[in-house]
Design a binder for this molecule. Structure first.
Ligand code: SF4
Ligand code: SF4
Length: 377
């Protein structure tokens, strides 16, 4: 769950960001945009997503394995503390997925993989050997989940994948990979959170797993369950964002932001909050530092004290065509392309310098409900 600003807020956060130095913590990679799901809320493949409007070739594009490895190696020369994050699309559909995992393991980099779980069982051996954290999306009890993601039997397939990893860990007496289930609260599943909790307990408690409804748990038999409210924007905020990007960075934005617009009248924020608080209380989760979900959905101007974003100094995301961006899923201000520019030129170059300068002094209008605003301290 997103967290409020905590100690670092107000003047302190402004001062902190003024003094921030680039220190890469997350190298986020989308090796392919291909996905076997069609989640209704997805800003890529959903009803309002941008992928279906792209020419077919763009969607099929996958990142060149050798080039990507060279880029990661170069990053390792100047940056010492980063982990790799594979996301998508569905990263397990990347044609070089096993080789990439081996490469990352051989280079001793922590690796987190975000997946819809459909191919997890099939890839469980390689995942168990190489991955630090596996985050599987489950968005409801079986019927609801499969309907949202538009794949038959996906709930049970994903659960089978998690169970297989759980068993491998048990056999090997290993803590890794850490197992995480991620529930994105949206207008499609806000009504069935209780049924979801019941369904996952039925799946995982019989095999001896302990469900933890909090931060990532390091207990060997734990499966962490996180609830995250969906990202969103409004038409007005989106238009304001487009103007800001033009004024501050001379950037004509793509239509990506439109994929985040949603009709919030279709959910009941007060009820979501009440349900979750009940679950957290029952499960012994301390939730006082979590954002207020009612406020999150009803008042987009409240950023819970997070008046600056740290990400431009901490993380970059590479797309299958080699383009590199800061903001997740906003393909607007490219920092360069790994097919043309070496790591240093992207991470310390003029483009990222311009972006950091803008973000040192303000948020952009799309930041208010961006996951990255809430994920750094
Ligand atoms: S699994 Fe992920 S990438 Fe695929 S459609 Fe769903 S949200 Fe989009
Ligand atoms: S919070 Fe804003 S600047 Fe930071 S990653 Fe998100 S959209 Fe980009």
């Amino acid at each position: 769950m997103w967290r409020k600003a905590g100690e670092l807020k107000g003047k302190r956060i402004i001062q902190h960001v003024k003094n921030l130095k680039p220190d890469l913590q997350k190298l986020s990679i989308i090796p392919t945009l291909l996905c076997n799901a069609r989640c209704k809320f997805c800003h890529i493949w959903g009803k309002k997503g941008w992928a279906l409007k792209e020419p077919h070739g763009v969607i099929k594009e996958q990142i060149n394995f050798e080039l990507l490895c060279r880029f990661i190696k170069a990053a390792m020369v100047s940056e010492k503390n980063f982990g790799v994050f594979l996301t998508g699309g569905e990263p397990l559909l990347y044609s070089e997925f096993p080789r990439l995992l081996k490469f990352i393991k051989n280079n001793k980099l922590p690796l987190t993989v975000f997946t819809n779980g459909s191919l997890l069982k099939k890839n469980s051996r390689i995942v168990a050997e190489s991955v630090t954290t596996i985050a599987v999306s489950l968005d409801g009890p079986p019927g609801v989940h499969d309907k949202i993601r538009c794949i038959k039997n996906l709930f049970f397939d994903a659960c089978e994948g998690i169970k297989t990893l759980f068993e491998i860990k048990k056999q090997k007496k290993c803590v890794l990979p850490l197992l995480r289930i991620n529930y994105v609260i949206s207008e499609y599943n806000a009504h069935c959170i209780n049924e979801f909790v019941k369904a996952i307990k039925e799946q995982f408690e019989p095999i001896g797993a302990k469900l933890k409804f909090d931060n990532m748990s390091l207990e060997p038999n734990a499966i962490t369950v996180t609830f995250e409210p969906r990202l969103f924007t409004t038409k007005d905020m989106g238009k304001k964002y487009a103007l800001e990007m033009k004024n501050y960075l001379n950037c004509n934005v793509s239509s990506s932001w439109r994929g985040f617009i949603f009709d919030k009248s279709r959910l009941d924020p007060a009820k979501i909050k009440k349900n979750l608080v009940k679950i957290w209380k029952k499960e012994g989760t301390c939730f006082s530092h979590f954002v207020d979900l009612k406020e999150y959905f009803e008042n987009i101007n409240n950023v819970f004290g997070r008046i600056r974003c740290f990400r431009p100094w901490r993380e970059i995301r590479i797309y299958p065509n080699g383009e590199v961006y800061i903001c997740p899923d906003l393909k607007d201000f490219s920092l360069g392309n790994i097919y043309e520019s070496p790591f240093k030129e992207i991470w310390n170059g003029n483009r990222i310098f311009q972006f950091r300068n803008v973000l040192r002094n303000r948020l952009l209008s799309l930041c208010n409900r961006c996951c990255r605003l809430f994920s750094y301290y």
